[in-house]
Design a protein around this ligand. Structure first.
Ligand code: SF4
Length: 224
């Protein structure tokens, strides 16, 4: 069971799934830089995060619903939760819906975020949440997501990884990956090309040059 102060924001899972260093920069070092992608995502969530609800008979939509689970160690907000009721007033089905600015991604990042919301809803409402939906606004479509064992295991593994990084209190070293880093809003703070594997290459080059100079070979090499 987690303390209130130790709960992991569900948004942290998205950062950690994208890049563990990004998670640490945002959540341990409190660095944050907006770029076009994050600003558009933020604007979208501000529009849908306003708490309100819409209901019809036996069906209700809760927007901007706060969720948390002390057992899972998670806290966050669902863009939308859809609830179906029995005639007797009990909840018989729950489905979280997460709004996304862009297109469906290959990675599990959005599914993990949805799964974390479902884990909280299960504890709060004492009901199994078997599926949810991701609504990609650019494509104007909702994608059904089965919250099966595979995605639950991945979500749990990521929670444990975050706890481990938090306990170590150390920001992971950057490893430049064009696909990720060129879109990352923290690229100017992180400077991935100057650290990690890239910086090791530079270090090796400098060490080699120093060794050559020390052995009196540097000049010959330059001249050749
Ligand atoms: S720039 Fe790359 S390594 Fe650095 S935080 Fe972003 S994704 Fe991670």
């Amino acid at each position: 069971m987690f303390n209130e102060d130790d709960l992991i924001p569900i948004s942290a899972l998205s950062h950690a799934c994208y890049c563990e260093r990004r998670y640490a920069l945002v959540h341990l070092e409190h660095e944050w830089e907006e770029n076009q992608f994050t600003a558009e995502g933020q604007a979208l969530h501000e529009r849908v995060d306003v708490e309100h609800h819409e209901s019809r008979r036996l069906f209700r939509q809760e927007y901007g619903m706060a969720v948390r689970s002390l057992e899972q160690g998670l806290i966050g907000k669902c863009d939308l939760v859809e609830l179906w009721y029995t005639d007797g007033g009990g909840v018989n089905r729950v489905s979280p819906v997460e709004f996304k600015r862009g297109r469906e991604k290959e990675s599990d990042v959005d599914r993990i975020q949805l799964c974390a919301q479902a884990l909280c809803l299960e504890k709060m409402l004492d009901i199994a949440v078997e599926s949810g939906q991701l609504y990609y606004l650019q494509e104007h479509r909702r994608v059904d997501v089965s919250l099966d064992k595979d995605i639950r295991d991945k979500t749990q593994a990521l929670i444990e990884r975050i706890i481990r990084i938090r306990e170590m209190g150390k920001t992971p070293v950057a490893e430049y990956e064009k696909r990720k880093c060129d879109k990352c809003s923290l690229v100017d703070i992180c400077m991935p090309k100057n650290s990690g594997a890239a910086s090791k290459k530079v270090d090796r080059f400098i060490q080699n040059q120093l060794r050559l100079i020390k052995n009196g070979e540097g000049k010959n090499e330059e001249a050749s």
